[in-house]
Design a protein. Structure first.
Length: 277
């Protein structure tokens, strides 16, 4: 009886080892080949993203996500081959993912906004943008937040979710900009003469484009002045230098040509009511 039990246990043990040993060996082989294949697929994905010049931060993120997802799928497949119940494991992972998603709604919104900004590039680092009431230089764009430095050196941190869903003005996206200036002359001054002296000064500035040509036009009868609008096209980096220098020089050329820039005036009429005797 004892010999029978020992022999039975031995045979059963051999069967179990053969059965599960083969499954374990197969699982190890699948894991080995799978990990190498995942590494190859990630390399191909990184090469494709580099070819299409995707942002480095997005490349790193997508590479990490794809590697994690593929490895998780591989482990679940191997667990199924070894006889483990994978349905409950998948359900558990799904529930955990849903819970994390609900807890991180704001962060997920910022993440989606970061993907949109880094992919479609409405602005890049070193662009000057306006968002809400803030204007500044973009210093950093990460997957969740954009960091902007205003011109008085304040750091503005903007959630990408808001930035991707609101109006953003990019002042440096194009290589040229139109400089718009306004100046008023007195009603006694000549509009053609004022236009001539301003255009003559602007055309001497080598930073101003000949095409489109600068223009000076009369736009409005003001309360105390005849209003002129001045428009000139320049390279984007020259916008503010041209604006500041031109406005200052206009005062000088007006003085040299006896053209007056008026200040606000009011005529006050007094009416005296005669008293009855």
């Amino acid at each position: 009886m004892e010999d029978f039990n020992i022999e039975f246990i031995y045979q059963r043990g051999v069967e179990i080892v053969l059965e599960f040993g083969l499954s374990i060996l197969m699982g190890v082989i699948i894991l080995f080949v799978g990990f190498r294949l995942i590494r190859y697929l990630n390399s191909a994905l990184n090469a494709a993203m580099a070819k299409y010049e995707l942002e480095p931060s997005l490349q790193t993120f997508f590479s990490s996500i794809s590697s994690f997802t593929l490895k998780l799928i591989l482990i679940i497949v191997v667990a199924g081959l070894l006889g483990f119940e994978t349905t409950s494991l998948i359900a558990l992972l799904g529930a955990a993912g849903l819970a994390v998603g609900l807890a991180l709604q704001g962060s997920l919104s910022n993440f989606a906004g970061g993907v949109i900004i880094l992919s479609f590039k409405p602005f890049v680092v070193n662009d000057v943008i306006q968002w809400s009431d803030d204007v500044g230089l973009v210093e950093e764009i990460n997957i969740l937040y954009t960091h902007m430095r205003t011109f008085d050196f304040k750091l503005v941190t903007i959630p990408n979710g808001q930035l991707a869903n609101t109006k953003v003005t990019n002042f440096t996206a194009k290589d040229r900009r139109r400089v718009d200036m306004k100046v008023g002359i007195s009603y006694s001054s000549s509009i053609p003469k004022a236009r001539e002296v301003v255009l003559d000064h602007i055309k001497k500035d080598e930073r101003v484009f000949d095409d489109p040509a600068p223009v000076v036009v009369f736009t409005n009868f003001g309360d105390s002045s005849l209003d002129l609008s001045i428009r000139a096209w320049v390279k984007t980096p020259d916008y503010w230098p041209v604006y500041w220098e031109t406005m200052e020089n206009i005062k000088q050329v007006f003085d040299e040509n006896d053209i007056t820039i008026p200040f606000p005036q009011r005529d006050v009429h007094l009416f005296k009511k005669e008293s009855k005797a």
